[in-house]
Write a protein that binds this ligand. Structure first.
Ligand SMILES: CC(=O)SCCNC(=O)CCNC(=O)[C@H](O)C(C)(C)COP(=O)(O)OP(=O)(O)OC[C@H]1O[C@@H](n2cnc3c(N)ncnc32)[C@H](O)[C@@H]1OP(=O)(O)O
Length: 418
């Protein structure tokens, strides 16, 4: 019987969820409990769910949803966020992912989405579809006694005027969205969170495959009482043979919209009695954390990897949406084998605005749409891509000009996994 790729109906949904569990090696054979299916259905746009069915049984899954992505300068573009991509091990490498991806990207283009976004399970999967790694992540493990922080110092410092308060999940659901909105207005790479995100993130209706332990939550209030930062962390219970506390705090999330809040929250979590190790959670690779410590070598990098991948669907709108710190003009030839977004464009930028229009002028640079995805938020270097042979320079110095055009002083950061 031929494989049937189709949009998922309400009746298909439990089996579709079962197939996601199979593909992600979570559970072997049963759909989640009925109540959980109902909760998830209420938060799912079925028209953006695809499944492939073999003799009526779901063997491949794909979901996309509407997302806003903050670009350089703080504007937001509409993203087609891709998730729940699985193909059962019995049906792998027969082109099912390629079929579902082609269907989804065509629909996103038709809808007018500017980019598609995802967090890749494995690096080699998505480049072929025009995605490039646009943000990277780093995680540190801090040896607190070695870090050299003054254990007697109050946190935050009295000079700072702010204070740290412990709060609960209900407070986080109240305060978090506003704080996140302020972060999303300034940090490129941030993606939108809906109400459901804050519920799941604070233990409301958590799916059965996730084991949930309530974290500790603390907020940073500035001198004027505003909430400028939020941290969630969990602690284990580990004691040495000599009766010394050797507990580890693992940060589940930390958002800060001012440098004072950022410094205070890191200092706070590194100053909790009994805690001798802090795991930072996923941060931008240029996070201030290690250099906040008197001895930065006490912060060991434990993860360094690609994080948010982007696929440009509308190059003029994408490039005009972000800001640029320099004044320059570049003709960029973008290859896109799918025909969705490629072409030759004149990109004319200055600190007061940008225009990107199709052109027949000679190209300064040629690159694949996936490489443009890696450049888009300012993280990758065109000069480095040229050295790798992934960007062709047709005019001497054009890659260096592109470096000045695209790169940003601070690196992009996407705090979420989706
Ligand atoms: C955004 C997210 O949800 S990330 C989660 C992705 N899902 C997973 O990692 C779960 C486990 N893996 C799977 O379910 C599947 O292997 C998938 C979804 C990754 C791939 O599905 P498939 O249907 O096997 O992919 P498909 O047959 O369309 O492959 C297309 C091409 O990609 C290649 N490819 C697919 N998966 C991988 C991989 N994991 N690593 C390297 N190459 C891959 C194939 O070899 C093929 O290459 P070719 O065209 O040169 O022959």
């Amino acid at each position: 019987m031929s494989l049937d790729r189709r949009t998922v109906s309400e009746a298909d949904f439990p089996d579709w969820l079962r197939a996601v569990g199979t593909g992600f090696l979570r559970s072997a054979s049963a759909p989640p409990p009925e109540e959980e299916v109902a909760v998830r259905l209420a938060h799912t746009d079925l028209s953006r769910l695809q499944g492939v069915f073999d003799a009526g049984r779901c063997v491949a899954t794909f979901r996309s949803f509407a997302q806003e992505l903050t670009v350089v300068g703080g504007a937001k573009v509409q993203a087609d966020a891709v998730t729940a991509v699985t193909v059962s091990p019995t049906h792998r490498r027969r082109g099912l992912l390629s079929r579902m991806m082609a269907t989804d990207l065509a629909a996103a283009k038709e809808r007018g989405d500017v980019v598609a976004s995802l967090i890749a399970a494995e690096y080699p999967i998505y480049g072929r579809y025009g995605f490039g790694p646009a943000t990277w992540t780093a995680e540190w493990e801090i040896d607190v006694p070695r870090a050299g922080l003054d254990p007697r110092a109050p946190v935050p410092s009295e000079a700072d005027g702010g204070r740290i308060e412990l709060v609960d999940g209900a407070d986080v659901r109240k305060l978090g969205p506003e704080l996140h909105g302020r972060l999303a207005a300034r940090q490129h790479g941030v993606v939108s969170r809906d109400e459901r995100w804050w519920q799941r993130g604070t233990g409301v209706d958590v799916p059965s495959f996730e084991s949930w332990t309530e974290p500790f939550y603390a907020v940073y209030r500035s001198a004027d009482g505003g909430t400028d930062g939020l941290i969630a962390y969990r602690a284990d219970d580990h004691w040495g043979d000599g009766k010394q506390p050797l507990n580890k705090a693992t940060v589940a999330g930390m958002l800060a919209v001012t440098p004072a809040a950022e410094r205070a929250l890191w200092h706070f979590v590194c100053s909790i009695d009994w805690i001798t190790t802090v795991r930072s959670g996923h941060r931008a690779p240029d996070d201030v954390l290690p250099l906040l410590l008197p001895d930065p070598r006490a912060a060991r990098i434990v993860t360094q990897a690609d994080w948010l991948w982007l696929r440009l669907l509308d190059i003029p709108r994408a490039l005009e949406a972000r800001t640029y710190a320099t004044e320059a003009a570049l003709v960029v030839d973008v290859r896109d084998a799918t025909g969705l977004a490629g072409g030759r464009f004149l990109l004319d930028v200055s600190p007061s605005g940008a225009s990107c229009v199709p052109t027949t002028r000679d190209a300064d640079l040629t690159l694949d749409v996936a490489e443009l995805g890696a450049l888009y938020l300012g993280d990758e270097s065109p000069v480095r891509l040229a050295a790798l042979g992934r960007l062709d320079e047709h005019r001497a110095g054009a890659a260096a000009t592109a470096d000045a055009v695209f790169r940003t002083p601070r690196r992009p950061w996407c705090p979420d996994v989706f």
